[in-house]
Every structure is written in structure tokens, then in C-alpha cells.
Design a binder for this molecule. Structure first.
Ligand code: PRP
Length: 184
């Protein structure tokens, strides 16, 4: 049988597909409980959160709307430039809305801090954050994560939306590559 394309590149699977599925269900259940009777706007932060966002919203048992925002601080680099740029804004007017921001990972916290400042100025009724991953050891700025999937150590991870030079986002699990230390 032919090997999967990623087999020679992946050193270790850190979080399996099954673990991810269970966690997404757990987070979605909490959100469904907390927002009962409300109609939140669930915003995915592109591109990394695309996969997590798509899985999460399908497990949330609420009448909700979705939107996307796109920011970049890393470009094709693996180290944060420290400057966050807004690449694509929301279509939704946020005033009076219950906003849930969905991220794939909080690393330095700079992206999330930029986004919460930008979006809370638009006066949503509430703003909460749901992130698939957090690397607490990398934090440069304090940020609140209301719904967190997994805390992970400071290793370069790919898959489930996270990339190395734009590849590997489609891996259905979270992995470390063989040459993880080359990634900064
Ligand atoms: C990644 C990730 C988060 C951010 C987290 O985005 O998706 O948005 O970095 O890092 P921070 O906490 O250090 O700010 P990136 O800019 O790489 O864009 P992408 O989502 O298109 O991969």
C-alpha cells in the first residue's frame, strides 16, 4: 500500500484526530450552554482557524451566524514580526452582538490582543475567545482565553489548520515535523 504523503515528514503526532474531535465537542457543548437563547456571531481568524472553526460551529447547538477576519503577523516566517496587520475585515456590524472569536493558536498573544482591541471598540454586547491551542511559555502579552482546547509546550506544530510555509494545514491531527528545530 502506498504511504500517506506526510509519513516521511511527520516525526510525532502530538494530538490525534480522535482527541481533537472529543475536545471540539466538549468546547461546543460549553458554548451551547453558555449562549443558550442568544444568537452569537462566531468569527474565524483566517487562515489558521479555518479548520477548527468549521468543525466547531457544526457542533454548536445554537442559531448562530459566522464571519471571518484575516490578520497576519508571521507572513511566511515562523517568528512573529511583532506587527499585526488587518488583511480582511468582517462583513458583520458588531454593535450589540455576542461575539465569539475563534483562533487556532495563541502564541505571543499579540494577534489576539490586537483583535480584541480592534473589535471591542465596535461595542459588541460581549466578546469571548475560543482557541484550539495555547503556548503559555511564549506569551509576551497577557490575554484571556475563555474556551481553550489544549495547552502545548513551545514546539513548532503543524496540522489542523496550522502551517509550515503554508503547507500541512490539511493534516487532520496536530504534529511535529522531523526538522522542528529549523523552524525558529
Ligand atoms: C498565527 C495564528 C494566530 C497567531 C498566533 O497566524 O493563526 O492568529 O499566529 O500568534 P501570536 O499569539 O504570536 O500572535 P499567522 O499570522 O501565522 O497567519 P495564518 O493564520 O494565516 O497562519
Amino acid at each position: 500500500m502506498e504511504n500517506d504523503w506526510w509519513e516521511s515528514k511527520v516525526k510525532e503526532i502530538l494530538i490525534s484526530e480522535n482527541q481533537i474531535e472529543a475536545k471540539v465537542t466538549e468546547l461546543a457543548d460549553r458554548i451551547s450552554d453558555d449562549y443558550r437563547g442568544l444568537n452569537p456571531v462566531v468569527v474565524g481568524v483566517m487562515r489558521g482557524a479555518a479548520i477548527f472553526h468549521a468543525d466547531l460551529i457544526r457542533q454548536i447547538n445554537l442559531d448562530l451566524s459566522i464571519d471571518y477576519i484575516s490578520v497576519s503577523s508571521y507572513g511566511d516566517d515562523t517568528q512573529s514580526s511583532g506587527e499585526v496587520q488587518l488583511l480582511k475585515d468582517l462583513k458583520t456590524a458588531l454593535e450589540g452582538q455576542h461575539l465569539i472569536l475563534v483562533e487556532d493558536i495563541v502564541d505571543t498573544g499579540l494577534t489576539l490582543s490586537f483583535l480584541t482591541r480592534l473589535l471591542s471598540a465596535r461595542q459588541p454586547a460581549s466578546l469571548k475567545v475560543c482557541s484550539f491551542l495555547s503556548k503559555p511559555d511564549c506569551r509576551k502579552i497577557d490575554v484571556d482565553i475563555d474556551y481553550l482546547g489544549f495547552e502545548i509546550p513551545d514546539r513548532f506544530v503543524v496540522g489542523y489548520g496550522l502551517d509550515y510555509r503554508q503547507n500541512y494545514r490539511n493534516l487532520p491531527f496536530l504534529a511535529v515535523l522531523h526538522d522542528e528545530n529549523d523552524h525558529g
